[in-house]
Design a protein around this ligand. Structure first.
Ligand code: FBP
Length: 330
C-alpha cells in the first residue's frame, strides 16, 4: 500500500509508456518459437530474459513488486529486483506469460503482461500465492455475495439473471462459488487458465463477461487491480492460501485470510497495464488480438494497453531479430 506521504504517480511520459508496451511485445515475440513446444519452463524462462533485457533500458527507477512464477517454481522476475537507467520511480507487477501452459500447448489466451504504478502504489501481498478475487465492471459492486451481485447486474442491465455471465477458473477450490452463481441463475463460464484476460473483459461493460470470481494467482490479482483501476471498474480480494505452508507463511507475515482487500488497498492510485498477445487473446469487446507471428521483417505482435482516464488502445508492432520494436504498418 502507498506509504504515508507518497504522492500517487499522476502521469506516465509517452516514451516510458511506449517502452513498457514494447517490453511486453519483446517478451511475446521471444516465445514464438516455443508456442506448441510443450515446454512451459522454456516459455517462462525465455520471456523473463526478454522482459528483463527490455526493462533494463527504460529511463525509470523501476522496482519489481510482484513477478509471477514462485508458486510453480518457474523462472520469474523477482520481487525487489530493480530495473531501468534511472528517472521516474515506478513499481511493477509482471507476468512474463500469463497462460504459460496455453502457450506451451499452442492454445489461445497466452499473453505477456505488466502493470505499473507509483512507488509503493501496489499492496504488498508478502508470501501470498493465491487470492480469492471478485471483479466486475459495475462500480462499487464487487464484494457483494454472488447471488446479490448477479441480481444487481441483471437489474442494471435490464436482463434476466441467465444473461449475467460469471467466469470461474475451473478448479475444485472454486466449485462452491460456481455452484452459488448457478443457483443465483447466472450463466457460469468455466476457464482453464488466464484469469487476467477474463478479468479485463469483466471489468468492461458490453463484453461477454460481467464477473470473474474465485481463487486464482496473487500476482495476477495485482495486475488485474491495475487494469480495474484504469478502467473504472471494481474489485475485491482476500488471501486464500492453498497449502499449509502458504497459510503458515501468511500468518507469520502478519496477514490473515479474513482481511478484505478493496481496490483502494490493492492499487490505490493511477495505474497502467500493458499486454501483448503470445497466442490469440481477447482483452476487450473490440475483437481478438492475433497471435504473435513471424513475418519477413520480424515478428508481428498485437498489443493492448490501458491507463487512467482513457480508453484502451491497440497497437500492431514489429519486433526485429535484435529485439528492436517498431510500429507495424500493413
Ligand atoms: O494454475 P493454478 O495454480 O490454479 O493458478 C491459477 C493461476 O494460473 C493461471 O491460470 C496461469 O498462470 P501462469 O501461466 O502465469 O502460470 C493464472 O491465470 C491463474 O491466476
Amino acid at each position: 500500500m502507498s506509504s504515508p506521504g507518497a504522492a500517487p504517480l499522476a502521469d506516465l511520459d509517452g516514451r516510458v509508456a511506449r517502452a513498457l508496451r514494447n517490453a511486453t511485445a519483446a517478451a511475446a515475440a521471444s516465445v514464438v518459437p516455443l508456442v506448441g513446444s510443450g515446454d512451459g519452463m522454456a516459455v517462462d524462462g525465455t520471456a523473463v530474459d526478454a522482459l528483463r533485457a527490455a526493462l533494463a533500458a527504460i529511463a525509470v527507477d523501476g522496482r519489481v513488486v510482484a513477478g509471477e512464477g514462485e508458486k510453480d517454481a518457474a523462472p520469474m522476475l523477482a520481487p525487489g529486483e530493480r530495473f531501468g537507467t534511472g528517472g521516474l520511480a515506478l513499481d511493477l507487477a509482471v507476468d512474463p506469460v500469463d497462460g504459460t501452459r496455453l502457450a506451451a500447448s499452442g492454445r489461445d489466451g497466452a499473453m505477456a503482461v505488466l502493470a505499473v504504478t507509483g512507488r509503493d502504489g501496489f499492496a504488498d501481498l508478502g508470501p501470498a500465492h493465491y487470492l480469492a478475487k471478485q471483479v466486475t465492471w459495475l462500480p462499487d459492486a464487487a464484494g457483494l455475495p454472488i447471488d446479490r451481485l448477479v441480481a444487481r447486474l441483471a437489474e442494471v442491465r435490464g436482463a434476466a439473471p441467465a444473461d449475467v455471465r460469471v467466469a470461474v477458473q475451473d478448479r475444485p477450490r472454486n466449485a462452491d462459488v460456481a455452484a452459488r452463481a448457478r443457483a443465483a441463475g447466472a450463466t457460469v463460464v468455466p476457464f482453464e487458465h488466464g484469469d487476467i484476460e477474463r478479468s479485463l473483459r469483466a471489468a468492461q461493460p458490453g463484453t461477454d463477461l460481467d464477473v470473474v470470481t474465485g481463487i486464482g494467482g496473487a500476482p495476477e490479482g495485482l495486475l488485474t487491480a491495475a487494469a480495474v483501476r484504469a478502467l473504472g471498474a471494481d474489485m475485491v480480494a482476500s488471501y486464500a492460501p492453498q497449502s499449509a505452508g502458504e497459510a503458515e507463511r501468511l500468518v507469520a507475515s502478519g496477514r490473515s485470510d479474513s482481511t478484505p482487500l478493496t481496490l483502494d488497498d490493492l492499487c490505490p492510485g493511477p495505474a497502467w497495464l500493458f499486454l501483448s498477445a503470445v497466442t490469440a487473446c481477447r482483452p476487450g469487446a473490440d475483437g481478438v488480438l492475433e497471435a504473435a507471428r513471424r513475418e519477413a521483417r520480424g515478428i508481428r505482435v498485437a498489443s493492448w494497453d490501458v491507463g487512467p482516464e482513457r480508453a484502451p488502445r491497440r497497437s500492431e508492432l514489429l519486433v526485429g531479430d535484435d529485439g528492436a520494436v517498431a510500429g507495424a504498418g500493413r
